[in-house]
Write a protein that binds this ligand. Structure first.
Ligand SMILES: [Ca+2]
Length: 295
């Protein structure tokens, strides 16, 4: 209900001036041009998540991805392959507190798994990397506060600090910022942007903005980015939300990532934000990921 009021308020602001919500730091309602997918693109890669296991010819499940720079610790919890499953035509990334550490090691990193929040990620690094086209996933986001689910793209050269993202960038097709615990019902919104020049002092972030999605924790929506040599154009359900041009645009192949994280740092969860209690779990459900080339 509160989300509906927030959305009506934002619609009113956009009626006065389309850029007003953005200036006030509020999410916008997608209102741009239509994608026209069939007319402009052809499908070149997809995973519909059929069968009972992750297709490891397409994805790694974060214990064997050596090209990535991350250990098993991720924000307030751990990434672990046991939290990844495929069921009823969907990929499921489950988040849950484990009072006993799950077994295994990750990336050959020295950190060990301990009791705590467990969730997961999968990536196509070294298996399917793409330059330019249209990239889309169809998903239901995890229904619990303190979850940070995302569909994003990376290239290892994102760490090159040369003031441009041309050698590689982190393209966040969407990041879900949480559920329920944001002011004015804006938890129904997602975030889009591009990070480049690494994550240290030279780090740059072109934040496109935040956008409302239809019942993202209850129903499937599509989240996409169209990427060419000039710009990245972001879409929700085939409607443009906005575009990023200039230095942030990558000109190198990027791999795809689906992931969930929990609020916190160094595997210490922010329990004020995380609404899961006991052994309750939350699921990030992905129907498909599709990659298209320009016709
Ligand atoms: Ca599917």
């Amino acid at each position: 209900m509160i989300s509906k009021i927030a959305r009506l308020f934002v619609a009113f602001l956009m009626f006065i001036s389309p850029s007003l919500p953005h200036l006030l730091g509020l999410p916008e309602i997608p209102s741009g041009r239509e994608l026209n997918l069939d007319e402009r693109f052809k499908l070149v890669w997809e995973d519909d998540f059929l069968g009972d296991t992750l297709d490891t010819t397409k994805w790694d499940d974060n214990q064997s991805v050596h090209t990535l720079h991350w250990g098993p610790v991720r924000k307030g919890g751990y990434w672990h392959k046991d939290m990844i499953s495929v069921r009823d035509g969907n990929l499921i990334i489950t988040t849950q507190y484990k009072s006993e550490a799950l077994e295994g090691s990750s990336f050959g990193a020295p950190e060990k798994y301990e009791p705590g929040y467990y969730t997961g990620m999968i990536a196509t690094a070294g298996k399917a990397e793409f330059k330019y086209g249209y990239f889309e996933c169809r998903a239901i986001l995890p229904k619990a506060s303190g979850m940070w689910s995302a569909f994003w793209m990376m290239n290892g050269d994102v760490y090159e600090t040369d003031n441009v993202g041309h050698d590689g960038a982190e393209i966040d097709v969407f990041e879900s910022m949480s559920y329920e615990n944001r002011f004015w019902g804006t938890g129904d919104a997602i975030l889009c942007g591009i990070h480049y020049d690494g994550y240290g002092e030279a780090h740059k972030y072109d934040k496109l903005g935040e956008y409302f999605v239809d019942n993202p924790y209850e129903q499937f929506n599509t989240y996409g980015v169209e990427w060419n040599e000039n710009e990245c154009i972001f879409y929700i359900n085939g409607i443009e939300t906005g575009r990023i041009t200039g230095d942030a645009v990558s000109h190198n192949p990027e791999y795809l990532i689906l992931s969930c994280e929990v609020s916190g740092d160094n595997a210490v969860p922010n329990t004020k934000e995380i609404s899961l209690k006991g052994d309750e779990s939350a699921e990030f459900i992905v129907d498909y990921v599709r990659v298209y080339e320009y016709k």
